[in-house]
Design a protein around this ligand. Structure first.
Ligand SMILES: C[S@@+](CC[C@H](N)C(=O)[O-])C[C@H]1O[C@@H](n2cnc3c(N)ncnc32)[C@H](O)[C@@H]1O
Length: 374
């Protein structure tokens, strides 16, 4: 019964890794009002560990255990109506604790994060008792990573599109966050032995690459614009703090890469408008398109936040714009998203005219690894 309910809560992929000894005692209690929230934190803890972040695992497991010490935060998590995994509730808790640790407000928490070891339960309990309201407020906001490592797979996919049509790209991104991936042509890449992007860039991205190396094709970016419900401004230190808080605390490499991308974005500010993805895309795809420019819509780790109606509107906008596309006015849709079952991340490219769709790769959620099919 409990395993059946957990299967529903945490998904079949991770259930297979659970044994009675690894289950949280609380998650086994049918009557615990926080059971679902704890199972979610635990699922994310397992995922973080599998992705090479044992410190984040420890923090999330301690958070699950200490949750009753933060009544406001607990209430937010307990009454959450939507799909917790899609809304990344556990990642919001992780971001909230990281932000608090970086602020220095709770000494034992900051010390734990600085050392990445110690009495995790004690420090998390201190944080919950001292800063419940701050943490609860943080998780009310959306998950706002802006992971530039995802640019590697996106850049590789766009090289194929650029090679296919031979035109400069009009880049349109939905769910841009701070817009760091709109600067993707300004980064240097090593894609399984293929060098791409700007070799002189201060942002250097070299994911573990499996499968054949993609063919190099220079990208020419005619324009790059994005949209987000809550755009983050790289010129605003508070926005940057929020971005940094969403990086897993034991991933110094990602922290350094993000800081380099922020510095570059201050020199070349990405254009990110405030708005809803479906409204914005509808308007963008309805605008006249110059001949000899490929219109390329990209998005990464956004689809899970869009409701069914928004997804349907976006699909309709693509179908209509695709029907108008021709060789002089091509349309490209490249996405880096979880598949429907949240089992694998996919990089998928569709090109119009003709509406041909290809699965290009399975990257991991944060861009550390790319299994390229090409
Ligand atoms: C997990 S972040 C990913 C950001 C970026 N694409 C990346 O890969 O780093 C998801 C972003 O989608 C935005 N978002 C969620 N729903 C949206 C919507 N309906 N319209 C526009 N942006 C949305 C959020 O505000 C957030 O910045």
């Amino acid at each position: 019964m409990v395993r059946k309910r957990l299967a529903k809560d945490i998904g079949p992929v991770f259930l297979s890794k659970l044994t009675p000894a690894t289950l949280l005692p609380h998650a086994l209690d049918e009557h615990d009002p926080l059971a679902a929230a704890r199972a979610d934190l635990f699922r994310q803890a397992q995922a973080a560990c599998a992705l090479g972040s044992p410190f984040v695992r420890d923090v999330l497991v301690a958070a699950a255990r200490q949750l009753p010490r933060a009544p406001l935060l607990s209430m937010r998590l307990a009454i959450w109506q939507g799909d917790r995994a899609s809304a990344a509730m556990a990642l919001r808790v992780n971001g909230a604790l990281h932000a608090l640790a970086r602020s220095g407000e709770v000494a034992s928490l900051s010390a734990l994060y600085a050392a990445r070891s110690g009495d995790t339960d004690r420090a998390i309990a201190d944080a919950f008792e001292a800063a419940d309201a701050t943490l609860a407020q943080f998780v009310d906001g959306p998950t706002q990573t802006n992971e530039v490592a995802r640019s590697a797979a996106l850049h590789a996919g766009l090289m194929l599109a650029a090679e296919r049509f031979g035109h400069p790209l009009e880049l349109l991104e939905i769910g841009s966050s701070a817009g760091l991936n709109l600067n993707l042509a300004r980064y240097a890449y090593c894609l399984g032995g293929t060098s791409a992007g700007d070799p002189a860039s201060t942002v250097r991205i070299a994911p573990h690459w499996h499968g054949p190396a993609p063919r190099r094709h220079p990208l020419r970016i005619a324009s790059a614009t994005g949209v987000d419900l809550t755009p983050l401004d790289v010129a605003d230190p508070e926005c940057c703090e929020r971005l940094l808080a969403f990086v897993w605390a034991d991933r110094d490499d990602r922290m350094v890469q993000l800081q380099a991308a922020i510095r570059l974005a201050r020199l070349h500010p990405p254009r990110v408008e405030r708005g809803d993805a479906a409204d914005w895309l509808d308007a963008q795809l309805s605008r006249p398109q110059s001949a000899g420019i490929t219109r390329a819509v990209i998005h990464s780790m956004v689809r899970q936040y869009l409701d069914a109606a928004t997804r349907a509107r976006i699909a309709r906008a693509f179908a209509q714009a695709g029907a108008r596309a021709d060789e002089r006015h091509p349309l490209v849709h490249l996405f880096y998203e979880w598949d429907e079952g949240r089992r694998k991340v996919e990089l998928v490219l569709t090109t119009w005219p003709h509406g041909e769709t290809r699965l290009l790769a399975h990257p991991d959620p944060y861009g550390d690894r790319v299994s390229w099919i090409g």
